[in-house]
Design a protein around this ligand. Structure first.
Ligand code: ASC
Length: 135
């Protein structure tokens, strides 16, 4: 049986929320410097982001999951379900940038992490700009 729409929405939102927590740690330690840089913590955060990015979340964008039935409302635009070519490009780039961040974080060079974190952020934003409803 196919997953319930509200479950698909819940799983994908939890993935983004978990990535955001990990992005926040990298931002604080390697970008803003509001928290001391800890190589192991940044690498762990980048590993977590890469794991979620590589988990195949595209399969959670099932038909009928644009309404938020029974779960917190989703901000996905209807175009995400039709413009598959553009979505595919954006998603592939995000996964590549997340995997690069994982590699760079493992190497531990703070400046390189900061740069790659910015590149990954651009990939996040590309999808937000095209396919997320702004409130
Ligand atoms: C984050 C986060 C996003 C992206 C985005 C980058 O930390 O939660 O959605 O980075 O802001 O532009």
């Amino acid at each position: 049986a196919q997953m319930k729409p509200e479950d698909a929405i819940k799983f994908r939102q939890s993935g983004y929320t978990f990535m955001a927590w990990n992005m926040g740690k990298i931002k604080a330690q390697a970008v803003d410097g509001t928290t001391p840089f800890n190589k192991d913590q940044v690498a762990a955060a980048a590993n977590a982001i890469a794991a979620v990015a590589n988990s195949g979340m595209g399969s959670l964008y099932l038909p009928g999951t644009d309404k938020g039935k029974g779960w917190k409302d989703t901000r996905v635009k209807p175009e995400l379900f039709t413009d598959k070519e553009e979505v595919g490009k954006i998603a592939k780039n995000f996964v590549e940038q997340a995997n690069k961040l994982q590699q760079v974080a493992l190497a531990g060079d703070q400046a390189a992490i900061k740069t790659q974190f910015g590149e990954m952020g651009k990939a996040c934003k590309a999808c937000h700009d095209k396919f997320r409803i702004e409130e």
